[in-house]
Structures are given as C-alpha cells and as structure tokens.
Design a protein around this ligand. Sequence first.
Ligand code: SAM
Length: 275
Amino acid sequence: MSKTHLGHTARKRFGQNFLHDEYVIGNIVAAIAPKPGQNLLEIGPGLGALTDPVCEEVDALTVVELDRDLAKRLRHHPFHGQKLSIIEQDALTLDFSQVAQSLPAERGKLRVFGNLPYNISTPLMFHLFSHAKHIADMHFMLQKEVVTRLAAGPGSKHYGRLSVMAQYYCAITPVLQVPPGAFKPPPKVDSAVVRLIPHATPPVDVESVELLESVCAKVFNQRRKTLRNGLKELLTDTQISDLGIDPGVRAEVLPLSDFAKLANAVARNTAQEEG
Ligand code: SAM
C-alpha cells in the first residue's frame, strides 16, 4: 500500500494516516456541524481532508500542525487564504487557553476537532481536559478501542481509568465507526469518531483531581484486585465501608461518584496527617 498521498509521503512518527473517503469525511463534518462565527480549531490538518470542507462552511479556522512541510503547504493553500490561522507547533505543548483568549470572545469557546495522531491521542486528550473551561466541544477520530474505553460504564470490561477520568471532565458520545480503508495508508486498527462535551460543572465534587487520578491509577493497575487491596496504603477497610462502598468489590463495578468519595476520603486522611 502506497504511503504517498497527494504528493506527500506519510510520516509514521507523526501518526499520519490521511482520510480520503469522501463519504466518511462528509459524515464527520456533519457531526461537527461547523458554522460561521464560531472559534473552530483543528488539530493535525495534514493534507486538508477535514480542513477543506470545514473551511467551506466557516469564515475562520485555526489549525495546529507539527509537520513543517504540511504547515508550509497550508500556508500556500490556493483557496483558504485569509480564513486559516496556522500554528506550527506540537499540540501537546500548546496553551489552548491562551489560544482561546486570543480569539474574538463573541465567537464563544473553542470547538476543537481532528483526526488525531493515534500515538499521542490519550495524552493529548488529557492535555485538552486541563483547558476544558475554554472548550465548547471536541470531535476526534481515535482508535475504536479508545472510543469504547472512553464511553464504557461500570461493569464493562472496557471500563477503566480512562473512562472514569474522561467522564469526570466530559459527556462522551461515540458518533461513527470508520474502517481502515478510509485512510491512506490504512492504519492496522479500526477507528471511530467521538464527541466530547466538557461539563459546565463537574458531575461530582472532588477535593483534588490529582487524587482522583491516583486512586483510579491504583485500583485499575491490577484489575483483579479488590478495592481493599488496591487502596491498602491509602484507606482502611472501615474507611471504605463508611463511605457505603464494599471494600471486597473490584474497581470496575464502581460509578464515578464512588471514585469521588474514595478520593475525598484520601484527601481527608492527607489533611489530617498534615494537620
Ligand atoms: N487531518 C488529516 C486527515 O484527516 O487526513 C491528517 C490526520 S493524521 C492522522 C494526523 C495529523 O496530525 C498529521 O497531519 C500530523 O502531521 C499531525 N500531528 C502529529 N503529531 C502532532 C502534534 N504533536 N501536534 C500537532 N499535529 C500533529
């Protein structure tokens, strides 16, 4: 299978799999529903598979592209001219809040989208979550397995740390499945598009998001362990049962609200130790 598409040879290190299926592209753009007057931002525009049709609908689009050659191509694009603002940078280190604040406020929060480089998609989403208050919504192409994990609920074998943390920040809706043949070169895995809408206020109160993360990391590290074993350095059996949670269960059955209770109990312990 050729790695060259529209005269550009795909770079594996940048996770380059270019969309070429017009039907799939049309469905993704319909899901994003871009409108003039909005602050749209694309991560990894590449050869413009999504950039071109989105640009047709809107009056302004900001794109973030790490590959110098692709950024250069976009700068010389024959049609998009004034509409495109190109940020040539690693999206993982971009201050999305600063970008949002530099754009016209009347256009609202950022609407972020992209066919993400799969090698960095999870850290990139977590980076975006840390800027969630400036983001209205996100539409991302990801590995299908990642979308399944993002959207999984308690009791599912796909439910884990990624599900709990992503659902703390966002409402998550799988939108569409995409087969490898829609890309050039085709990736080795199935893909899917997901919509993530940051919550206006978090669905649960947590004293510290870092503690929520570390509780999730501990209890999902060894999925077969009971809570009692996974949290033995942080909480006693009694402290867990006092929260109305059975210390003998496994983490994969607990809803987000229970993770919040556990994290807040750890925060109380830490405060007592320090006080
Ligand atoms: N949007 C195009 C499409 O759908 O055909 C390209 C998608 S391709 C899967 C991922 C794109 O992200 C590439 O253009 C790649 O160069 C760019 N990219 C990779 N790593 C990046 C990073 N850290 N920051 C910004 N862009 C990145």
